[in-house]
Design a protein around this ligand. Sequence first.
Ligand code: HEC
Length: 167
Amino acid sequence: MQPGTVRVLGMVVLGAAGMLGVVQAYAATGSSKEDPWIERGRYVVMIGGCNDCHTPGFAEHGGKAKEADLLTGDSLGWRGPWGTTYPPNLRLYFQTITEKEWLKGAKKFMARPPMPFWAVNHMGKGDLRAVYRYVRSLGPSGHPAPEFVPPGQDPKTPYVQFPAPPK
Ligand code: HEC
């Protein structure tokens, strides 16, 4: 056998192994039972930053939390000229509305700071549906977040103080 032939054979074998890898990876995805909407929702929620406020301790722990604890709301208040707001428990919230109501309402809902409601308003229908299905798939969990505290009243929980905007 020529030395060149060995090399060519080697490449054929490696090539075949590579193909096998592709086929196996494909088979693994194909056999996964997870709804693609749920997978997409997990992605949108993560890059949309929803956990940063709606998951307790998420930002403080460098974006790490058990999936079972995600989006359960927080009792850390956000205090500013608007009063003190608490990120609601979205695991409970999504139990209270239908997918249709969410798709319609999310396009125009508003909320007090620091909720970036405009980010949700800008989401396309597919992303909104994915968020809904993902959070629903996690199921209800946790307790409702504390009630909104109007301006001028002292919250009973720890809170982050926002200064008034510069003049
Ligand atoms: C910077 C913190 C922060 C981030 C990031 C954030 N939220 Fe919020 N969110 C809040 C707060 C605080 C409220 C409550 C506002 C109020 O009381 O008016 C809220 C309210 C909401 C509500 C209203 C629930 C109701 O009862 O009406 C929804 C829905 C919501 N957030 C979804 C999301 C989604 C989806 C994302 C990710 C794209 C997200 N939030 C990102 C802080 C945040």
